[in-house]
Design a protein around this ligand. Structure first.
Ligand code: ACO
Length: 336
């Protein structure tokens, strides 16, 4: 936006933010359930039956969230046919930024050579991509940006306690990205964001910069803590409610949806939401079996996989939803 006057992108009539291209990136290293069973008291059978997860990707030593996000961004920009000079804004959903500052968005911007455009991170844990998409959508709709790169990227492996079996089996690393472009005809129809900070201790990382920081520990001693059972129940209820809210806001019904692209935390949560929507699992994009829970990266990773495999087609109606630490949750309904 830097070289243009605020609002100068405004075009007459209604403006939508359309997904012009998608991309994703997964680190090479694979960690299977059997690998984990050598580290903690667990089994492939327990992990698969409770979560649906078979394996997850883990970033190499020194490989950062920004590195993963940059690779996903390059692919999304190539698919959208845009160059760094076209970008008006970069929004990165992440809860595992490379640094406290500059933001991961600024680090990626510099590598892309997109200097001058706005760049910011959004921290909404596993809902980070849906939140980031919503922010980008608003900038496009109000005419302040025409082309926005939205990334969800995480290296959760850095804040997982690898001795704690109740959490370490769940998470993985990765990144996904989309390029949004202003369009008069199609795109994001609505986004719906929610949070409940009162439940923070059910799913959190109790260590930060101004609380609990341990200078002698890797990452200051940061560790994911979760009461899985409580989170599970709350997540199912919140997701049920937000999908109803989304359809109602658009005067649509479950039958109008072509694809559900959910946050990939647990196959049982995904199945519960699909059941609520009356959607057969063939119309739900599932990657949790191969990626684990990649937090803010999971929705754009699943989207990119479904687009590149030819399952998701132009003109189809897609519902994204996510739930995560905060608690935060949200949805986006869009015509692809
Ligand atoms: N291997 C073997 N046994 C295990 C493991 C493991 N990896 N983990 C827990 N257990 C044991 C427990 O100790 C417990 O044993 P007990 O009965 O002797 O006490 C038993 O298995 C059952 O444990 P539960 O926690 O009740 O298992 P549950 O069926 O709830 O599954 C899970 C746990 C998978 C974590 C589930 O609750 C879940 O997916 N929750 C939601 C997670 C989520 O959606 N997070 C949101 C996003 S994350 C983010 O925002 C960063």
């Amino acid at each position: 936006m830097s070289e243009r006057e605020p609002g100068s992108h405004a075009i007459s009539g209604r403006i939508y933010a359309r997904i012009a291209g998608t991309g994703s990136y997964l680190p090479d290293k694979l960690l299977t359930n059997d690998d984990l069973a050598k580290q903690v008291d667990t089994s492939d059978e327990w992990i698969r039956s409770r979560t649906g997860i078979r394996q997850r990707h883990i970033a190499a030593e020194g490989q950062t969230t920004g590195d993963l996000g940059y690779e996903a961004a390059l692919k999304a920009m190539e698919a959208a046919g845009v160059s760094a000079a076209d970008l008006d804004m970069i929004v990165v959903g992440t809860t595992t930024p490379d640094l406290i500052f500059p933001s991961t968005a600024c680090l990626i911007q510099a590598r892309l050579g997109a200097n001058g455009c706005a760049a910011m991170d959004v921290n909404a844990a596993c809902s980070g991509f849906v939140y980031a998409l919503s922010v980008a959508d608003k900038f496009i709709r109000c005419g302040d940006a025409r082309t926005v790169l939205v990334i969800g990227a995480e290296t959760l492996s850095r804040i997982v306690d690898w001795t704690e079996r109740t959490t370490c089996v769940l998470f993985g690393d990765g990144a996904g990205a989309v390029v949004l472009k202003a369009d008069s005809e199609t795109g994001i129809l609505s986004t719906h964001l929610h949070a409940d900070g009162g439940k923070k201790e059910l799913l959190w990382n109790p260590v930060g910069v101004s609380v609990g920081f341990q200078a002698d520990q890797p990452n200051g001693g940061a560790r994911i803590k979760m009461k899985g059972n409580d989170v599970f129940k709350y997540a199912v209820k919140a997701l049920d409610s937000v999908v109803d809210e989304t359809l109602e806001a658009n005067g649509l019904t479950q039958q109008d949806l072509d694809w559900l692209i959910p946050h990939q935390a647990n196959l049982r949560i995904i199945e519960a939401t699909a059941k609520r929507l009356g959607m057969p699992m063939e119309r739900v994009v599932v990657t949790v079996d191969r990626h684990g829970n990649t937090s803010a990266a999971s929705v754009p990773l699943a989207l990119d996989e479904a687009v590149r495999s030819g399952r998701v087609q132009r003109g189809q109606l897609l519902l994204f939803e996510a739930f995560g630490g905060g608690f935060t949750w949200g949805s986006a309904l869009l015509r692809y």
